[in-house]
Design a binder for this molecule. Structure first.
Ligand SMILES: Cc1cc2nc3c(=O)[nH]c(=O)nc-3n(C[C@H](O)[C@H](O)[C@H](O)COP(=O)(O)O)c2cc1C
Length: 171
């Protein structure tokens, strides 16, 4: 069994994105962090923000084999908490002490989990993640989407998560 870390974000802590993560939690052991509860500050050109939770999140990512970004689509974009985290990935490319960690994350597998009110996520939404991972040299291993016009259907979520569960269970 691979070691899975899920970072999730949503404007409602118990909404559809949480429900998707909850379905996964019932299927496999994983660590889940709710990004909106963490203190991850905006990118700072002068790096005056280094005492926040960013370094802890990166260390948690380094301990995992598989990292899941679970994020609803809001106006073709990531949530503000994910946008902040992605902006902060810049630190991994600029700060000497963090560059080695950014490179170590190239050995991990990254997945994007999302819910939206459309049959599939928009190209704009997915490409923010795929381009960022590609730029950093991180592996975009897969996308899992659950259609949620209203409340997430747990049966459907279980079904769309089955391939992912099989892959991480293989070890
Ligand atoms: C502010 C906002 C913007 C949204 N924008 C989109 C969108 O661009 N495309 C889409 O398909 N659904 C959109 N939706 C629907 C959500 O993606 C969908 O309901 C999702 O499951 C909500 O997850 P949550 O409960 O974790 O917030 C939007 C919802 C909100 C609240």
């Amino acid at each position: 069994m691979k070691n899975v870390l899920t970072l999730y974000s949503s404007a409602r802590p118990r909404g559809n994105t949480f429900a998707m993560v909850k379905v996964l939690t019932d299927l496999i052991p994983l660590q889940a962090l709710y990004l909106d509860d963490l203190d991850i500050r905006d990118y700072d050109y002068d790096f005056g923000n280094q005492g926040d939770d960013f370094a802890n999140v990166i260390d948690s990512m380094l301990k995992a084999d598989v990292i899941v970004f679970a994020c609803p689509e809001y106006w073709y974009a990531l949530t503000p908490a994910f946008k902040r985290l992605f902006d902060r990935f810049t630190d991994l490319t600029e700060l000497e002490c963090l560059k080695v960690k950014g490179k170590a994350l190239r050995k991990k597998q990254f997945y994007l989990f999302t819910t939206s009110a459309s049959k599939k996520p928009s190209d704009a939404f997915v490409s923010v993640v795929s381009h960022t991972l590609n730029y950093l040299g991180w592996v975009f291993a897969g996308l899992v989407h659950v259609y949620c016009e209203n409340k997430l259907d747990e049966g459907e979520a279980k079904l769309v998560l089955s391939d992912f569960v099989e892959q991480v269970s293989r070890g």
